[in-house]
Structures are given as structure tokens and as C-alpha cells.
Design a protein around this ligand. Structure first.
Ligand SMILES: *[C@@H]1O[C@H](CO)[C@@H](O)[C@H](O)[C@H]1NC(C)=O
Ligand SMILES: *[C@@H]1O[C@H](CO)[C@@H](O)[C@H](O)[C@H]1NC(C)=O
Ligand SMILES: *[C@@H]1O[C@H](CO)[C@@H](O)[C@H](O)[C@H]1NC(C)=O
Length: 368
């Protein structure tokens, strides 16, 4: 509110610093916004459909959907419970990283969950190198039928087969009419850290088509910035590749997989990039990994632990935006995460050109 008044005052004396874009659809809407756009939350998934932005993110207990006409104002958003699991099942607790994809006319909710808050019994725990929670995390799918993600009735569909092995942060990846599941996985069932990126083929949004022998690992934490703690030379426990997201260059059609590296509870969490340079996503050699993170902490603005992104566009479709979580106080771990939005561009070689993470104020998305 203070910033609005200042802008109005400056405009009145003719030295306006921010101007409302001339093609804005609402001349009384604020010209700028500041991060975070949601004060507490992680693993944001945002998409635009008709006149609304839709947002969901991890809350551990269920899948909530929010909608707003503004990409950057969620204080006045409507909310709706999409899916709440019954107790006592394999997907009753720790619901993480929900995403809602429109595939063949229906809305597919893909999410991570586990039974009993991630507590493996001792006979399983003892196989771990040190202490490995998360052995029971798996991927699940719910579906909402119909054109409208808000009116659709959602119900549980199935577990997405990951061969009874650790799986989190799964997403759909589409290439040449083939649907894939890309998720964070271990090498083995019980002692498998680090967390890598795995890919399998799907015959539909809830059915895996690949036998275990065809599952491929397309990225492992290999660079110092992907390891936890930073640069750790041995024992990859807790080093992670996770949160994969498909990103397509709208001009060149180049396909990227933007993923999160290091670990989500500390300042080094960052975004990294694989580019599909061949034609077969199931062939690890067809992916080219960028040797440095593409979006990472910015201490000069106290923006730490930035990662787990999704991508959307401005209301008029002219701008690409990244929605991600980050921390202002990196010593507070997972509870410090909040949700942010920033515009990004594209480099001459067609790769995404992400900004430095910060708090703004930034110009609102074009057309908002
Ligand atoms: C609206 O503004 C954007 C930049 O803010 C510009 O790229 C676009 O061409 C404009 N559209 C129209 C119809 O003027
Ligand atoms: C324009 O923006 C203002 C401030 O955000 C909002 O209250 C109003 O409802 C918007 N009007 C339209 C037509 O969207
Ligand atoms: C629940 O998970 C366990 C361990 O992964 C598995 O053996 C069991 O078949 C699952 N139950 C159902 C109903 O899928």
C-alpha cells in the first residue's frame, strides 16, 4: 500500500518511476509486486487456464488448489480441497510436490506420499548406510474429469509404479506423443542415496510401461554444487537431484529438464539443467547436463535455498515466469521456505536465462 501511494504521488508531480504498461488490462491494478507471493510454502506448481492462475504446493496432509486472476496476488485467492487421503494407506501422509497436468482433456494430479510419516521399521532402517528415512516414499495419481480444473471432481486413481523403490517429486514429461514419468530415485531400494533422476515410459498418466530393466537414470549428483554438504568428497547420502520440470523454449522448441540439486533444507539448494539434445529421453546419452547451476542463492539479497520451480506465462502470453521457493533465513531449514515469482528470458543459444533470485519490487506480469 505504501508503495502505491508513493507511485501516485510521484506521478502527480510528473516524475513517475514505475508506469502502468499501456496495454495493461486493468489500469487500477498495482504496477509492481514484491516476493514472496505466498509467505509459507514449498514446491509450488502453478499453471494458467482460461482467465485464472492455479497454484498448489506441499502441505503434507492433502492437495489444495488455489486460484487467482493475478499471478502475484494470492492473499485474495479462492481455495479448494482437491484430494485428501483416507488414513492407514500407503499414501496417507507426507503429501509432497503435487502437480496438476491437463493431459487428454482431464486433470491429472501427481503427488508424492508415504504411509505413517516416513518411519521405516528397524529391520529396514538397519540396511541404511547411516540412517535413511524416506524408504517408503512413492508416487501416486488422482484424476479430475472434465475441462475445468476448478469444477472437476477429483478422485484417487493409482500408484505410479516405481518398482517398490523410493520415488519423490515425480512429473510428467511429454515428447513426440510419448508420455514419460521423471522422478527422484535411488540406485537401490534401501541403501540407495544419493537421489538421482529416473525416467520410465507411461502408456497413460497412471500406467508405467517400462519393466525395471528399462528404467534409466538420467542424472546423478556429480558436481560439487549438487552434493550435500557442498563438495562432499565421499558418501553421497542426502545429495539430491529432484523436483524435475519440463521446460520448452517457445521459439526454438528445445526441450529442457530443470531440476533441483543439493538439498532442500539448506542454502545451497539450486536449479540445474538438462537439455534433450538427442531424440530419445530414455537414452541417458541424449541428455546434456549443464556443468553449473542455472539459478542459485543470491546472498546480497538474502535469497537462499532457491529451487523446486514450475513455469507459467504472463496473462498476455508474452513473458515467461518462474515460480519457485526460497528462504530468507537459511538456518531455519524447511520451515523457512516461501513462494516467489520472477520473469525470465532466453539466451541466444536457446537456453533459459534465469534472473538472480530476489524480492523486488518487480514489474507485474505483462497484461496483469
Ligand atoms: C504489450 O506489452 C508487451 C511488453 O510489456 C509487448 O511485448 C506487447 O507487444 C504489447 N502488446 C500489445 C498488443 O501492445
Ligand atoms: C483491477 O485491480 C484492482 C486492484 O488489484 C482490483 O481490485 C480490481 O478488481 C481489478 N479490476 C478488474 C476488472 O480486474
Ligand atoms: C503398500 O506398500 C508396501 C511396501 O511398498 C507394498 O508391499 C504393498 O503392496 C502396498 N500396498 C498396496 C495396497 O499397494
Amino acid at each position: 500500500m505504501f508503495k502505491l501511494l508513493v507511485t501516485a504521488a510521484l506521478a502527480a508531480v510528473g516524475i513517475c518511476q514505475y508506469s502502468v504498461p499501456s496495454n495493461s488490462t486493468n489500469s487500477t491494478a498495482p504496477a509492481t509486486f514484491s516476493n514472496p507471493i505466498v509467505g509459507a510454502g514449498a514446491d509450488p506448481w502453478m499453471f494458467r487456464h482460461d482467465d485464472y492462475y492455479y497454484l498448489t504446493y506441499s502441505n503434507n496432509v492433502n492437495v489444495m488448489l488455489y486460484r487467482s486472476k493475478s499471478m502475484t496476488d494470492w492473499e485474495h485467492a479462492e481455495s479448494k480441497l482437491v484430494f485428501a487421503p483416507p488414513p492407514g494407506l500407503n499414501y496417507s501422509t507426507d503429501l509432497w510436490a503435487p502437480e496438476i497436468h491437463n493431459i487428454n482433456g482431464n486433470w491429472w494430479v501427481i503427488f508424492t506420499a508415504d504411509p505413517l510419516n516416513d518411519s521405516p521399521p528397524p529391520e529396514i532402517e538397519m540396511w541404511c548406510e547411516y540412517n535413511c528415512p524416506a524408504v517408503h516414499h512413492r508416487m501416486f495419481v488422482a484424476v479430475g474429469k472434465g475441462d475445468d480444473p476448478w469444477e472437476a471432481k477429483y478422485q484417487f486413481k493409482a500408484e505410479l509404479d516405481t518398482y517398490d523403490q523410493f520415488a519423490i517429486d515425480g512429473t510428467y514429461f511429454q515428447h513426440k506423443n510419448q508420455l514419460y514419468h521423471i522422478y527422484s530415485c535411488w540406485h537401490r531400494q534401501y541403501d540407495g542415496w544419493p537421489a538421482n533422476l529416473c525416467i520410465t515410459k507411461l502408456s497413460n498418466p497412471w500406467t508405467v510401461d517400462s519393466p525395471f530393466s528399462e528404467r534409466q537414470i538420467i542424472s546423478v549428483p556429480e558436481y560439487p554444487w549438487e552434493k550435500t554438504p557442498f563438495g562432499r568428497a565421499s558418501n553421497d547420502r542426502l545429495s539430491s537431484n529432484e523436483g524435475p520440470q519440463q521446460l520448452t523454449n517457445p521459439t526454438t522448441g528445445q526441450q529442457f529438464l530443470i531440476y533441483s540439486a543439493a538439498r532442500s533444507d539448506n542454502r545451497n539448494y539450486c536449479l540445474a539443467q538438462l537439455e534433450l539434445v538427442g531424440d530419445d529421453p530414455m537414452n541417458p546419452g541424449d541428455w546434456r547436463k549443464h556443468p553449473y547451476p542455472v539459478f542459485y542463492q543470491n546472498p546480497s539479497e538474502s535469497a537462499y535455498g532457491v529451487g523446486h520451480a514450475s513455469f507459467t506465462t504472463s496473462p498476455d502470453g508474452t513473458e515467461d515466469w518462474i515460480i519457485y521457493h526460497g528462504m530468507q533465513d537459511p538456518t531455519n531449514g524447511w520451515s523457512a521456505r516461501s513462494i516467489r515469482a520472477q520473469k525470465f528470458g532466453w539466451k541466444e543459444d536457446g537456453t533459459p536465462d534465469f534472473p538472480k533470485p530476489g524480492y523486488g519490487p518487480y514489474e507485474v506480469p505483462s497484461g496483469q
